[in-house]
Design a protein around this ligand. Structure first.
Ligand code: ADP
Ligand code: MG
Length: 244
């Protein structure tokens, strides 16, 4: 589904992403791991078009998307959440999700037209799937950190993606919230048939949900493989898995 080849991004000569490679098959849950500053967020920004690469190639469903702008990449079926929550704080949970559904379904939306009755069912279905159905009237800015992160995933789902990219989905979450998020990721893959690419620092989460793992170091791909393969790799063990 997604192939990233030898991708490069330099900031004033600093090689934040320096030849990373990644492949994601349809239906897979793939994790990217690596220390802070390895280039994970930058890699995701390159895939979704927020950043333009200085070299390399990105292919999605056999189409070259390397230099497409973010909205075109989104229309092709890649949606993402951000490491820092990206929602309308003064709107309700329902409205946040509905706005994203509307933006996908309607092209010439008149912003002054009362749109609150549009796509109510679609919006509810998405809130249901992330477990926020009973909080639809709450103001987004008043949600707990964990619920805000779930809302962000709901907003990404409004774009009807085939590939969902999550940047540290459990960052800052309590153990309970983390467990809920793990279940959610598994459920989205199982019931919605979504392909999921995420980066994550919590190794328990990574080994619990991933079909394959890519390890990044200093902008490069150290290895990509099945969890057992990653666990056995001596370099990975030394760098990330301590004495395990
Ligand atoms: P990760 O998500 O793996 O922690 P990042 O992709 O955020 O890593 O960052 C990789 C490296 O690139 C870091 O050293 C970071 O400081 C640097 N970097 C990221 N974005 C920028 C930017 N816009 N300008 C300059 N340096 C950046
Ligand atoms: Mg990051």
């Amino acid at each position: 589904m997604l192939v990233v080849e030898n991708i490069q991004k330099h900031f004033d000569g600093f090689k934040a992403v320096n030849g990373a490679c990644l492949s994601v098959e349809t239906g897979e849950i793939v994790a990217v791991i690596g220390p802070n500053g390895a280039g994970k967020t930058t890699l995701f920004n390159l895939i979704t078009g927020q950043l333009k690469p200085d070299g390399g190639k990105i292919t999605f469903s056999d189409e070259d998307i390397t230099f497409l702008p973010p909205h075109r990449i989104c229309k092709k079926g890649i949606a993402r959440s951000f490491q820092i929550a990206n929602i309308f704080h003064r709107l309700t949970v329902f409205r946040n999700v509905q706005v994203s559904v509307l933006s996908q379904k309607t092209r010439n939306l008149n912003v002054f037209f009362p749109s609150d009755r549009f796509f109510v069912e679609e919006t509810r279905a998405i809130m249901e799937s992330v477990g926020l159905a009973d909080k639809d009237r709450e103001i987004a800015g008043a949600l707990s950190h964990g619920d805000r992160r779930l809302l962000e995933i709901a907003v990404a789902l409004g774009n009807e993606p085939r590939l969902l990219i999550l940047d540290e989905p459990t960052a800052g979450m309590s153990p309970e919230e983390t467990a809920t998020t793990i279940q959610l990721i598994k459920r989205l893959a199982d019931t919605r048939g979504l392909t999921i690419l995420f980066c994550e620092h919590d190794m328990d989460v990574v080994f619990d949900v991933s079909h394959r793992i890519m390890v990044m170091e200093q902008g490069r791909t150290l290895i990509q493989g099945a969890p057992e393969e990653i666990k056995k790799n001596p370099e990975v063990q030394r760098a990330y898995l301590g004495n395990e």
